[in-house]
Design a protein around this ligand. Structure first.
Ligand SMILES: [Zn+2]
Ligand SMILES: [Zn+2]
Ligand SMILES: [Zn+2]
Ligand SMILES: [Zn+2]
Ligand SMILES: [Zn+2]
Ligand SMILES: [Zn+2]
Length: 362
């Protein structure tokens, strides 16, 4: 939430007018300009006297007479020269400002120029923003009053509306997806399965090799995800489940990755990387890592895989991962990042293999 820096002000240059005074009999007045005596009428400005036709504008040298003048550094200017030389200029049209103006971001504007060309307008209602407002990651600006009244897309944070997202969609399980995210939504199993392989390939090339185990992918809705997830929380997008059966003669391990259907492609990729990192940890450090180390590492794997892609949506997901306020995911990610800055990717994977916790100092 931001406050709009909005100041309306009046230009400070004060204009003055000279008056014509009749010469009193016997007074000896000398014109400041031509140095000749004055008879008849004269103009007095700051204690100095001028023939009415000799009170001149410093710039254009035309008589100001009893018209408006401005004083700057002890010199006198007619109104139009003063404006040209000294008046603040509108940062939009570059013409001098005289009268009401708007100051914004250290720049001055004619009120009209500001309203028409500079003012922030709400992406939803089109009104000029006054007072509190919201800016989303994508640069859309909204009046604060719309918050909570218009659904926001769970994948990108935009307000779902015709104007901003070209509409949107409420899924059968109650999730909201905007028209923009819908364009790349992963809903087909074949596409999901292909993307999971691609993500596994990215991890592989980064040195995070999942040892030849079959992984079964399930594309599910929120209700189905809740069924397999023992400690489900509202914005959970996926889960990796392992099961081990041991009998006298055999040992069977299964790996199931569940990911919500309908995530935009880039989000799906991030979730797939996260869940695959759980699989890797299960195989490589079966003693189980501390929650922040474990989830932070999965988030780090997601950010690592996202770096193979480009675009604003990638940036959005990377920013969300890095700025996540949660102790387990966000703080876990930032601690893992510090660890990798010092020890490198190989050092991080070694820590996961050999420790249950962050080493001291992280
Ligand atoms: Zn004179
Ligand atoms: Zn002038
Ligand atoms: Zn202007
Ligand atoms: Zn609005
Ligand atoms: Zn969206
Ligand atoms: Zn996780």
């Amino acid at each position: 939430m931001k406050m709009y820096p909005f100041i309306a002000a009046i230009l400070l240059g004060i204009f003055l007018t000279a008056v014509v005074i009749p010469v009193v009999d016997g007074a000896e007045l000398i014109c400041e300009y031509c140095k000749r005596p004055i008879t008849g009428e004269y103009i007095q400005v700051d204690g100095k006297c001028y023939h009415p036709e000799h009170f001149l504008c410093e710039k254009c040298r035309k008589p100001i007479g009893t018209g408006q003048y401005y004083k700057e550094n002890d010199k006198y200017y007619c109104m139009s020269c003063y404006q040209t030389l000294f008046a603040p200029r509108c940062a939009y049209c570059n013409r001098p400002i005289n009268g009401e103006y708007i100051q914004h971001d250290g720049k001055s504007y004619h009120k009209e120029c500001y309203d028409r060309h500079v003012a922030l307008r709400c992406a939803l209602c089109g009104e000029i923003i006054q007072g509190r407002y919201i800016v989303d990651f994508w640069g859309n600006v909204y009046c604060a009053k719309h918050e909570g009244k218009i659904p926001q897309c769970e994948s990108c944070g935009r307000f779902i509306s015709q104007q901003v997202t070209n509409g949107g969609f409420e899924m059968a399980d109650g999730r909201h997806i905007c028209g923009i995210c819908l364009r790349t939504a992963v809903v087909e199993f074949d596409e999901a399965s292909h993307l999971l392989d691609v993500v596994r390939g990215h991890l592989d090339r980064a040195g995070i090799v999942i040892k030849q185990e079959a992984i079964t992918l399930h594309l599910v809705d929120q209700r189905e995800l809740r069924e397999v997830s023992p400690s489900h929380w509202p914005d959970q997008l996926g889960i990796a489940v392992f099961e081990e059966y041991e009998a006298d003669t055999y040992r069977l391990r299964t790996f199931d990755v569940y990911i919500l259907s309908g995530l935009p492609r880039i989000k799906f990729i991030a979730v797939a990387a996260h869940e695959l990192m759980h699989v890797w940890q299960y195989l490589e450090s079966p003693r189980g890592n501390n929650a922040a180390l474990c989830e932070g590492s999965c988030q780090y794997a997601a950010s690592l895989v996202l770096q193979n892609y480009a675009g604003k949506e990638v940036e959005y997901n990377l920013t969300s991962i890095a700025n996540d306020p949660s102790e387990m995911y966000g703080e876990g990610f930032r601690r893992v990042r510090r660890l990798i800055e010092k020890k490198g990717l190989g050092g991080w994977l070694d820590v996961l293999r050999t420790e249950k916790n962050f080493p001291a100092g992280y």
